[in-house]
Design a protein around this ligand. Sequence first.
Ligand SMILES: *Cc1c(COP(=O)(O)O)cnc(C)c1O
Length: 485
Amino acid sequence: MNYKQHFFRQLPAVDRILQEEKLLAIGEKVPRGFIVQAVQDVIAEKRSLISQANSEKELELINISSVALAEEALRKIEEESGNNLRRVFNATGVILHTNLGRSPLAAAALEAVRDVGGAYSNLELSLDSGRRSSRYDHVEDLLCRLTGAEAALVVNNNAGAVFLALNTLARGKDVVVSRGELVEIGGSFRLPEVMTSSGAALVEVGTTNRTYLKDYREAITDNTALLLKVHTSNYKITGFSAAVPSHSLVNLGREYGIPVMEDLGSGVLIDLSRYGLPYEPRVQDPVAAGVDLVTFSGDKLLGGPQAGLIIGKKVYLDKIKNNQLTRPLRIDKLTLAALEATLRLYLDEEKARRDIPILRMLTLPVEKLKTRAEMLSAKLEEKVAPFCQTGIAYEKARVGGGSLPQAFLLSCQLTLQCPGINAGKLAERLRRARPPVIVRVRKEKVLMDLRAISEEEDSLLLDTVARTLKDMEMDYNNNGGMLKK
Ligand SMILES: *Cc1c(COP(=O)(O)O)cnc(C)c1O
């Protein structure tokens, strides 16, 4: 163990490392405490590598020069500066990735956020009368025009929309819902629990795979306040199955004078089957079928900000608007600005398809991705060979975010392999990059799916990945083939 002692003693002192040019250069911008901490951390990492080394030869490969340590400290400082919540590259091939923030916003939406957020706005002031007005007015007409509904309200998110509607129309009463439609959404939130916490009692009818109109009919009592249909947005019951279509429920509701509500989950305004995707009910469909209330998300297939949209008959929306709980669930001005701008794009379907990132990603031909993957693969290989090798794969991408569960999109990935380095480790390094690159690992290869990455991001992606691999190579060489953390 003597040789280790020797090595420990050779580690440069903090003050010595602080004098390195690279660290002196950032002295003006970064508080001294941060720099000292980073240097101490790097020394601690080196100590741990020295302890782990199994032979003198391995030790020899650990670079403990003051310059090398300063460089590592600098990288650490760069990694730790900036906000916690930050943009990432979604190279997972899951377009509406809930953990990655679901939909990126259209340029027009971002512009609206900037405009309204950086100044005062007419959020609750009528510019016509000079009197107080409602924030909800800014999007109501637009939503009605796009969907054919009589009235509309927007709240914080769709779970909130469902909660608010049930609380308003069915508190202390019964809501009839099919057993086949009791959805659990991400993060183990169960819609039935959200629903019952509104004060409504769920009366479950039918079986998981089959529910008939007579099941709803038999469940109706004097205490029934609502018939509810939930779009099973994140799973599909196939095979021996039956569900009641919206218009039949509407007829039944009319017969008994009970309103019908449909939670669509993912709200889509355009017919996706025109672009080779499976048909997903459009928001306009239940409205046209006479459904009294329809709820959906702003940040799923709509491609806007997080929001819950409630559209439908005016009598019911008036009641909902008067519920005191709209206040704790209210939408904020930045979201409202982004939502209005997103909805405006839908006034021209072709414009929406082009300008809304989610729709563009969904409908992009795979050939375009292939061309980009080939270009990126060649350029990256040039920068990182022979340490790593690049390639191209053709795995499928998914819509995600509890939308279109059966849709698999043809896609294309840039692949990466660095001999001697575990692909999981490589994925971790990319996740820690600036900006982080979130990838998939498949058969000892890292896969970077291009479907959820825009063409404009390609050069930044290339630089980020190349820089990360270069850093990793440096680490690898400085530490005798061992990688820290
Ligand atoms: C996603 C989803 C919700 C929740 O919507 P959020 O906007 O995430 O609150 C509710 N119902 C269904 C059917 C969904 O798919």
